[in-house]
Design a protein around this ligand. Structure first.
Ligand code: NAD
Length: 398
């Protein structure tokens, strides 16, 4: 299929009500072209890939993001930021990164002067996300921040504000918005292909071994909820195209490894209530393995299992197996962000989406701590629904 021309894409957006007449973006969607661009140089270019700098060269950067950046079409790995000098030579050689594009945490802010870097990707422990997103924004760079967005709602709000104030775009590492099985589930749910969702359940759990900072509440913000359960919250929201109005119940699980789980929960279960009255039930734990969601609608059902892994996802509906490709989720996610910057299009995974999830997770902890339901007010957030997912994903490599 031929790439939709930019004018056609804008017409499509207008028809969706995403941009108003005259190309004015609706509240919360800053116009890219009308911004004063800081030091990023001419970013609206198609003949050159946008440069990405990875901040933090731990397991996700080295195992997934750097390899994915060898497959991207609209961005490439141009720089690194690391506090470990021994990694510098290895990464420069392996990925052909020039010395002048290598930074440490002290000289990071001088990246403002580097026109090779358009996008900073923050892949640090959760408590460091806010500081490095803000420093990147102040250096005039667009930002992708890993999940969870931050460790507090206040930090998440501040990250959005500073990115807006500095005229840069912010996105999050929510890779499943670019994954075919999850996209199909979004379509089934949001378009009510089997009628409205009436019941939703989801679980994401994994065994923990040596992930030290993940056991430290100061650095992680919480336990499996912040790390894995966040995917199940996302799944409930994008299957229904709605955000919860209440955490009806949350309960911490039994601690079977007290030596490890002194600071964060070992497991937690919770239920969320949605505006249409549907309830979703969730489990997440560092003590067992599960990766699924299941939606029951009026006239049918669908489930993914595994639902959240990279590289291997399976799904079925009451009509049979979903036969869809497994893709490089991280490459698609980064290409989609780069393409939206180049094409002056809305960002699919917005800062508001990360803020919503932070608010939900903090309410879940409050409910588990108090034993009471906690109401949520998540209105007025800029969070795209399925139609924009379809446009951006269809357009990505067409
Ligand atoms: P990791 O522990 O493997 O890497 C963290 C990196 O941060 C290391 O390079 C470490 O040296 C560096 N660092 C800098 N200062 C540090 C400090 N004070 N303490 C500890 N480390 C410090 O972690 P990871 O698994 O790569 O996770 C990094 C981020 O990526 C987390 O926010 C995590 O939630 C997210 N993540 C996302 C996905 C996804 O699928 N989207 C998958 C894995 C991780």
């Amino acid at each position: 299929m031929a790439r939709i021309k930019k004018t056609d894409r804008r017409t499509f957006m207008r028809n969706l009500g995403i941009i108003g007449a005259g190309g004015i973006l609706l509240p919360g969607m800053m116009s890219f072209s009308s911004r004063v661009k800081p030091s990023v140089g001419s970013i609206a270019r198609r003949d050159k890939k946008l440069g990405v700098a990875l901040v933090g060269l731990g397991s996700y950067s080295s195992g997934q993001l750097a390899p994915a950046l060898q497959e991207t079409q609209y961005c490439k790995l141009s720089g690194i930021v690391t506090g470990t000098p021994s990694k510098e030579d290895e990464w420069m050689k392996r990925y052909d990164i020039p010395k002048e594009n290598v930074y440490n945490y002290d000289n990071f802010d001088s990246i403002v002067n580097n026109d090779d870097i358009d996008i900073i990707y923050v892949v640090l422990p959760n408590s460091m996300h806010a500081e490095y997103t803000i420093r990147a924004a102040k250096a005039g760079k667009h930002v992708i921040c890993e999940k969870p967005m931050a460790t507090t709602v206040k930090d998440a709000e501040n990250m959005i504000k500073v990115c807006n104030d500095n005229n840069v775009k912010l996105s999050l590492g929510y890779r499943l918005h670019f994954e075919p099985y999850n996209l199909r589930a979004m379509e089934l749910g949001q378009k009510e292909i089997f009628g409205p969702v009436q019941n939703f359940s989801a679980g994401f759990s994994g065994m923990i071994n040596n992930w030290e900072w993940r056991l430290d509440k100061e650095m992680a913000g919480g336990g499996p909820l912040m790390d894995l359960g966040i995917y199940t919250i996302q799944a409930a929201c994008y299957n229904m195209g709605e955000w919860p109005v209440e955490v009806t119940k949350a309960t911490y699980g039994e601690v079977t490894k007290p030596g490890l789980f002194k600071s964060v929960e070992q497991s937690i279960t919770f239920t969320l209530k949605f505006p249409n009255g549907t309830t979703s039930s969730h489990s997440t734990s560092y003590a067992n393995n599960e990766s699924y969601f299941e939606a029951k609608a009026k006239n049918g059902w669908w489930k993914l299992n595994p639902a959240y892994y990279y590289g291997y996802i399976r799904g079925e509906t009451n009509e049979g197996s979903m036969r869809l490709p497994n893709v490089n989720q991280q490459a698609r996610q980064m290409d989609a962000f780069a393409l939206s910057l180049m094409d002056d299009m809305p960002i699919l995974v917005t800062g508001d989406m990360g803020l919503r999830d932070m608010k939900i997770m903090m309410a879940i902890y409050e409910s588990a701590d108090t034993g009471k339901p906690v109401k949520l007010d998540l209105e007025d957030l800029n969070i795209p629904k399925y139609d924009l997912h379809q446009t951006i994903n269809d357009d990505l490599y067409s």
